[in-house]
Design a protein around this ligand. Sequence first.
Ligand code: AMP
Ligand code: ZN
Length: 113
Amino acid sequence: MSDCIFCKIASGEIPSNKVYEDDKILSFYDLDPQAPVHVLIIPKKHIGSLDEATEEDKELLSYIMLKIKDIAKSLELENGYRVAINTGEDGGQTVHHLHFHLLGKRSMIWPPG
Ligand code: AMP
Ligand code: ZN
């Protein structure tokens, strides 16, 4: 999608501080970290939000979830971590390209704000 910031990051048009990349996904450090470790994981395919994912994305979504586990391991989050998918207005989504927040190296509170 031409005016999507995360599509531009996925294509390399906008630089990012990369953690992991393969042909399907990219992980990079969040610009405004909310925990000592805060990275984003995005599919390279533009999907506007979790709400816009379809049956066609099933394999990609499970691929991402299992990669997040590996990324958490590579970032030494052995004490635990949180994965968040903000979705839509009430979910607090500000960038309309599906992304998974991976947060760690601090104790999280529940419920989230
Ligand atoms: P959300 O509010 O769930 O849509 O999350 C969007 C996230 O993207 C926020 O945590 C922002 O700090 C982060 N973000 C926005 N632009 C960039 C960028 N160019 N590089 C890294 N993180 C970004
Ligand atoms: Zn996009």
